[in-house]
Design a binder for this molecule. Structure first.
Ligand SMILES: *Cc1c(COP(=O)(O)O)cnc(C)c1O
Length: 399
């Protein structure tokens, strides 16, 4: 949606500082207002960017490889490596020395770069992903000209191991990239990483002929902090996966889109080429890289710590359960996967979709219970929703 700004940037006569400031203030007020009713996207809007706002006056550029740096001195590659080490611990990398990681532009960049590294490792592989995978996965395959095949997900949104077995079996002579999801976009489902890898084992795709990437844009920052999690869905390198990514602006909470990718180092060595102009290795998709995002993530990880994210996971999962329960008591059919923050229900009226900024797919919509989504917002939404229920479509949404 376009915002009608008060100043026409093409009309220089009108662009006085006062008009420009008024325009910016108007935008800022609009954002403050819209943030209060936001339910549809997995963004933790409860962050405090004040500690890093002092860096607005610097151009912070982590040029080149995070482990090499460059001649440009206003950089935070050391901070970036601390961020990556934090993830290596949370995602259970056995020996952090054997892993490489970087902060990138988004979860999408993580997926694209992981699939690039996979293709360079395997030669001419086939990519298998589920029908519920994020659209960035097939898009990356298209950009990289990797042949992509889908396998069916079950009604909860998780990969069906039998469906996977069929696709893998039919491609057993190929090298395989398997893209799994920890927290699917629409249904918040978790592919069972252990079961999917054992399918590869059973069909005889040994580790030298495969590359397993886990797209954990949202829930790779939720599940590690849940007690009593079924081990198969734990986002962990112990399963023998090759890479994992998450978004910085989702559960972590940053004022700009960003993401983190961690990969087995051997895969990165293969693509590294030295660029003397940078005094660095060319191991990243982007040359210039956002140092502010690195500081924003580091600020959150260090302040919140493991305890802070455990608290987020526990309270958000609890609130999501309450949310689903409230809708169910009004006889609304709801899908809420275990340990998930994504509450799926029949799509309400356009008015509510716009008011609460819901993401929709077909005849259902979802709300995501992020740390800023508190009881009062949930209550207000449930009240508005049930007031028009069952006027909205009563089709069976979950087969
Ligand atoms: C949001 C999301 C992405 C994309 O992440 P961005 O940071 O928005 O690029 C990828 N995969 C899944 C499962 C997502 O939910």
């Amino acid at each position: 949606m376009c915002v009608k700004l008060t100043c026409d940037i093409l009309d220089t006569r009108l662009s006085t500082p006062a008009v420009i400031n008024a325009t910016l203030d108007k935008l800022s007020n609009k954002f403050a207002d819209r943030r209060e009713k936001h339910l549809g996207y997995p963004y933790n809007l409860d962050f405090d960017a004040w500690p890093i706002s002092q860096f607005c006056k610097f151009l912070i550029n982590n040029l080149g490889d995070p482990y090499v740096g460059s001649h440009y001195a206003t950089e935070v590659c050391g901070v970036e490596r601390e961020v990556v080490d934090w993830f290596a611990r949370v995602w259970e990398c056995a020996d952090p020395e054997e892993y490489w990681g970087a902060v990138g532009a988004s979860g999408t960049e993580g997926n694209l770069w992981a699939l690039y590294l996979a293709r360079e490792t395997l030669g001419n592989p086939v990519l298998i992903h589920s029908t519920e995978a994020h659209y960035s996965v097939p898009k990356a395959a298209k950009i990289l000209r990797i042949e992509a095949l889908t396998c069916e997900a079950d009604h909860t949104g998780a990969i069906c191991p039998d469906a996977l077995r069929e696709v893998v079996q039919a491609n057993r002579h190929r090298c395989v990239i398997l893209a799994l999801t920890c927290g699917t976009t629409m249904k918040g489902a978790h592919d069972d990483i252990a079961s999917c890898i054992s399918v590869l084992d059973q069909v005889g795709i040994d580790p030298s002929r495969r590359f397993v990437h886990v797209d954990g844009a949202l829930n790779a920052m939720v599940l590690p902090f849940v007690d009593g999690l079924p081990s198969g869905i734990r986002p962990s390198f112990r399963h023998g996966i090759d890479s994992m990514s998450t978004s910085g602006h989702k559960m972590i909470g940053t004022p700009m889109p960003c993401g983190v990718l961690v990969v087995r180092r051997e895969h990165v060595r293969r693509v590294a080429s030295t660029v003397s102009y940078l005094r660095s290795d060319d191991t990243t998709l982007m040359g210039s890289r956002n140092g502010h995002a690195v500081l924003a993530i580091w600020n959150r990880l260090t302040r919140l710590g493991i305890a802070g994210f455990r608290h987020f996971a526990r309270t958000c999962i609890g609130r999501a359960d309450g949310f689903a329960g409230a809708l169910r008591s009004a006889s609304v059919p709801v899908l809420l996967n275990p340990c998930s923050l994504t509450v799926v229900f029949p799509k309400p009226s356009e008015r509510l979709v716009n008011e609460y900024q819901l993401a929709c797919h077909g005849n259902y919509a979802h709300a995501i219970v992020m740390p800023n989504v508190k009881a009062d917002l949930i209550d207000r939404f449930v009240g508005d929703y049930t007031a028009e229920w069952p006027c909205n479509s009563r089709q069976k949404v979950f087969s």
